[in-house]
Design a protein around this ligand. Structure first.
Ligand SMILES: Cc1ncc(COP(=O)(O)O)c(C=O)c1O
Length: 436
């Protein structure tokens, strides 16, 4: 595809637009593990689109469910009216996700899910007579989307820098990445449980009576796959419980199989008070997000006169019929094809394969959990990000889609990947890293 003047109209997200348009990479179709470009090149998908196409591309069952719903009803308001699929999907999610996360608020993206969860946290504290509990605690290197709430609790500097002032009454925990102690960890790193104790410092500083909630990604994806150290999430849960602070897991990436389980909460056996999700919820086929809320929180907000709206919040497209149809079909596919179990089964093979790249001098760290991996490269002096982005371009040329953040290569393939395709990913990267 050649870029003419008119192609300048599209302002692409998280993309250096001018550079891209000089050297465009245009995807035209997709099926299974592969994209095909407009030039006819097949590209193996090493990152499930953007961590979302967990059942692979063009899944027939999901496509059929969307097509059927297109002919029945493409839009229904969800304020003061409803449609069956939204109730059905909510019920299915409540059954799938851990313990008492039994209530679902639908949104259209991960960012909206995060802002919704933060608002519910504050509304809950007000509803139970603790209006002074308003502070929101995020974490350095956290990614919680791009809306003002998510940006404020998020901890990725370039995402925040141009948009301040962000929300007041926010503070951050330290991130858990410790290359000196944990480089080349397989699965959860040994060191770093103490990083959770920094929450005690924030409690000492602000007072638990001012803190509404802590939000973390159980595994930080976008900042470069930061796997939680052993005991860290358990410790965070305990400190939150002891101090009457809500714990929100942002599972926009980790829910729906990425960890080899329905969620990171299930994988680590830790119960958050709320869980945000999106991405794999519809296999990326129709935009949708959701917040799963515990019985305790939901119950506290279901007070007051029955004819009154309990939460003044919602989106025109909350519970959109096409998204619900895609969501229900995705859950069916995940169950029928046993994809969460498949991810768990493949995880040891995946681990061994990506750690085999360790011999390259340009590598600082390799880490993994479930069907996620990261290869952290030594930055070229004075040129941060250049080495990884060069690897991205070379991988694309060689027929592999990866994701890079700063000098970190992140990998998170669809859960339908085969061992042979894992080998292909590793072989392509091996070649590139040998020359990096
Ligand atoms: C943990 C997490 N939260 C929120 C988001 C934002 O999701 P969206 O891009 O759908 O708004 C993302 C996106 O990558 C994410 O990884």
């Amino acid at each position: 595809m050649t870029f003419e003047k008119e192609n300048d109209a599209y302002w692409m997200p998280f993309t250096p637009n001018r550079a891209f348009k000089k050297n465009p990479r245009i995807l035209d179709s997709s099926l299974g593990m592969y994209y095909t470009t407009t030039e006819g090149q097949k590209i193996l998908d090493g990152c499930a689109g953007l961590w979302c196409v967990n059942a692979g591309h063009g899944n027939k069952k999901i496509n059929e469910a969307i097509k059927t719903q297109v002919d029945r009803m493409t839009y229904s308001p969800s304020f003061q009216a409803g449609h069956k699929l939204a109730f059905e999907l909510a019920e299915r999610l409540a059954n799938l996700m851990p313990d008492d996360l039994n209530h679902v608020f639908f949104t259209n993206s991960g960012s909206e899910s995060v802002d919704t969860a933060l608002k519910i946290a504050r509304a809950y504290q007000k509803a139970r007579g603790k209006p002074e509990k308003i502070k929101l605690i995020g974490r350095e290197r956290g990614y919680h989307g791009v809306n003002f709430g998510g940006l404020s609790v998020g901890g990725i500097m370039p995402n925040r820098q141009a948009f301040g002032p962000l929300l007041p009454e926010v503070d951050h925990l330290p991130h858990t990445h410790d290359l000196a102690k944990n480089a080349f960890s397989k699965g959860q790193p040994e060191h770093g449980v103490d990083k959770a104790d920094r929450l005690l410092d924030l409690i000492a500083l602000h007072g638990a009576n001012t803190i509404a909630a802590v939000i973390v990604e159980p595994m930080a994806g976008s900042a470069g796959v930061l796997v939680p150290p052993k005991g860290y999430l358990e410790r965070l849960r305990k400190i939150c419980t002891d101090n009457d602070i809500l714990l929100i897991f942002d599972e926009v990436i980790t829910a729906f199989g990425r960890m080899g389980d329905s969620s990171a909460a299930a994988h680590f056996n830790i119960q958050p008070d709320m869980m945000t999700m999106a991405k794999g919820l519809t296999n990326g086929a129709v935009p949708m997000g959701a917040v799963m809320v515990s019985d305790k929180l939901h119950g506290a907000l279901m007070n007051g006169p029955e004819n009154m709206i309990e939460l003044f919040h919602g989106y025109t497209y909350s519970g959109h019929p096409l998204a619900c149809a895609a969501g229900i079909a995705s859950l069916d596919v995940y169950a029928e094809e046993g994809l969460f179990e498949r991810a768990a089964r493949l995880a040891p093979y995946w681990q061994k394969a990506i750690h085999s790249l360790r011999r390259h001098d340009c590598i600082l760290d390799i880490r993994n959990i479930g069907l996620v991996g990261a290869i952290e490269l030594k930055p070229i002096e004075g040129k941060p990000s250049v080495r990884a982005f060069d690897a991205y371009l070379k991988a694309f040329q060689a027929g592999l889609l990866i994701r890079t953040t700063a000098d970190i290569i992140a990998l998170s393939p669809p859960l339908i990947i085969t061992e042979q395709q894992i080998d292909t990913i590793v072989n392509i990267l091996d070649d590139i890293l040998a020359k990096a």
